[in-house]
Design a protein around this ligand. Sequence first.
Ligand SMILES: [Zn+2]
Length: 188
Amino acid sequence: MAKKGHLTVIAGPMFAGKTTKLITLYRVFKKLGYKVLCFKAEGAVVENRNGKTDSHDLRSLQVTFIENKKPQTILKFIKKEKPDKVLIDSTQFFPDAPTKRVVFKLLNQGIDVVVNGLLYDYKRKYFRLMHELFDLADERMELFAICERCGARAKNTERIAGSTKRLEATSKAKYIASCSRCHRIYKG
Ligand SMILES: [Zn+2]
């Protein structure tokens, strides 16, 4: 029976350095000789579709884009490429149950999985998938941003422009990080 993989979850609001952390791990894993694949939901894409995901400090990471509603597509890449480690960026864009199944299939094959994403939406409601994965993780990293209104530690993502859809990429909506005292729920 295959050794079970290790699940790491990096959670936090926008501007907390989640993608930067993922990029750092990617570089370390590659340097150590591991085969690493990185995936991201199409709906999370910011500016360009050149196969790179930009973090806020502009270092970028080679990713494979996956249709939001079809996280199981990841399994096809796994079968073909046989990676040691799988990284998933902006995981909250994927649907709850099928994504959880994909993550567990990878872990059961002995693949280490690192996911990052938001724990809360702009209304401060949990993203169930991220919440559940966070609970089940072998290793949890909760990152914080700095409140743009008062400078305190911020665990919330605040929408300040755009639609009121729950998930909206930064190309269509504007966000800031805010602490729980300053956070306001965007009404459109
Ligand atoms: Zn504040």
